[in-house]
Design a protein around this ligand. Sequence first.
Ligand SMILES: NC(=O)c1ccc[n+]([C@@H]2O[C@H](COP(=O)([O-])OP(=O)(O)OC[C@H]3O[C@@H](n4cnc5c(N)ncnc54)[C@H](O)[C@@H]3O)[C@@H](O)[C@H]2O)c1
Length: 445
Amino acid sequence: MPAFDDLKRRIQSGEALVGIIGLGYVGLPLAHALHEGGLPILGFDIDESKIVALKEGRNYLKHLGPEMVQSLSKSRRFSSTTDFSRLGGVDVAIICVPTPLGKHQEPDLSFVLDSARAVGRTLRAGQLVVLESTTYPGTTRDDMVPAMLGARPKGAGPLVCGKDYFVAFSPEREDPGRKSHTTKTTPKLVGGVDAASGELATLLYRRAIQHVVPVSTAEVAESAKILENVFRAVNIALVNELKMILTPMGIDVWEVIEAAATKPFGFMPFYPGPGLGGHCIPIDPFYLTWKAREVGRPTRFIELAGEINTSMPHYVVDQTARALNDHGKAMKGARVMVVGLAYKPNVDDVRETPAAEVIDLLAEQGAVVSYHDPLVPAFPHMRKHKKDMKSQALTPETLASLDCVLIVTNHDVTDWKAIAEYAPLVVDTRNAMKGAQGRARVVKA
Ligand SMILES: NC(=O)c1ccc[n+]([C@@H]2O[C@H](COP(=O)([O-])OP(=O)(O)OC[C@H]3O[C@@H](n4cnc5c(N)ncnc54)[C@H](O)[C@@H]3O)[C@@H](O)[C@H]2O)c1
C-alpha cells in the first residue's frame, strides 16, 4: 500500500505535517506535545483571536502558563491559521473541537461535522484523520467519515479508507489544572476504523506520548472514554447522596471517605461537592444515553447520577439558608459571598460551573450576592447566565461585613486563613476549611 508506506515513513522520520483543528483546552496542549515530539504543526481554529494570540506569543489559557504558547510561537515548526483550504497540505488532521449538548440534551455534533467537511474538501491519498472530541460510540465511522466523503468535490477520484486514507479515534484525557500528569505522561488510547489506520495513528502518538494503548476499533476507544466519564459521574453522585444522608446523622462524609480510602484495594475515593461542572462530566454521559435509544435500552445509572448531581446546587443553597437561620439571619437580605466561580480548583474555566446556579438560587431567595475568584476577575459571558459582577478582594473589612461565605471551589491560592479569621459564618462544600483556625463558624454542606 503506497499511501500507507509513505505516511508511515513520514511519521517515523518526523516529516509528517500535523494539522490540529481546534486550539482550545485539548488542542493546544496536544499541539505542544506533538511539536515536542519533533513534528511540524499547523494549527487551525475558527476563532481568529486565538490565531493572533499564538502569533504574538500570548497565552489565552491561564492554567497552561505562558511558556507553552511562547515556545510554539517562536518555533519554525509551528504556525496557525483560519484558512481551512490549507488542510490539503497536512499529512495528519486531528480534530479537537467541542461536543456540547443541544437544547434537548441531544448530542450536538455540528462542530465535529463542520471540521470533517473542512477536511473532506481537500482529502487526498496519504492523509490520516483522527477525531479526539469526546462522543458516543460509532461517531467516527458512521458520522464523521460520511461527512468527510460527502464534502469531497464532484469529480474527485475514489479513495478507499484503510488503503488510500486513514481514520482513527483517540480520546482526550486532558485534565486541566492537574499537576501529576501532562499530555505526554497520560496513557493514550487509539482505535482505528481499520487495522492500517490504527497502526498509523499509534505510530503518530508514540512520537509524543509515553504510553500509547492501541485498541481493536474506533468504537472501543470511543466507548472507553464514555465509560471513564460515566464512572466519574456515577461515583460523584454516590458520594453526594451519602453526604446528604450522613450529614443529618452528624457524620462527616469527608472523614468517612478518607477512612474508607485506607483500604489498599477495591476502593477509590471520590469527593462530594456543590454539583458538576466543566465540559465533560455533566455532558458526555448523555451522549451515551442518546445513543442507547438505538438499541432500546435506558441508561438508568447515568440518569440517576444526573438527577442527584444536578440537584446539588439546590441542596447547598438550602443548607446555606439553614446555617444562616441557625445564626439568627434570614436568607432575604443576607450578604453572601460565593468563593470560587470556576468549576474546579486551579483553573479559570467556568463552563457549566455550579457556582453560576448557586448565585442565581441565592439571589432568587433575596440574598445580596458577591463572589471571590482570583482566577476569574469578572463574571464571564455564559450561555445561561449573564451577570455584571466582579471578583471582590478578601479583605478583613469585606469578610467581616458578610453574613456568610459559601465555598464552591477551592483554588490553592485562596486565602483560607483570612476567611477563617474574619468571616462570621462559612458554608463549605469542598472541605476547604479543614484545619483552618479562626473565629468563623464552619458548616460543611
Ligand atoms: N477540556 C477538557 O478538559 C477536555 C478533556 C477531555 C476531552 N475533552 C473533549 O475535547 C473536545 C474539545 O474540548 P475543549 O475543552 O478543547 O474545547 P475548547 O472550547 O477549549 O476548544 C475548542 C476549540 O475549537 C474551536 N472550534 C470550534 N469549531 C471549530 C471548527 N469548526 N473548526 C476549527 N476550530 C473550531 C474553538 O474556537 C475552540 O478554540 C470536546 O469534545 C471535549 O469534550 C475536553
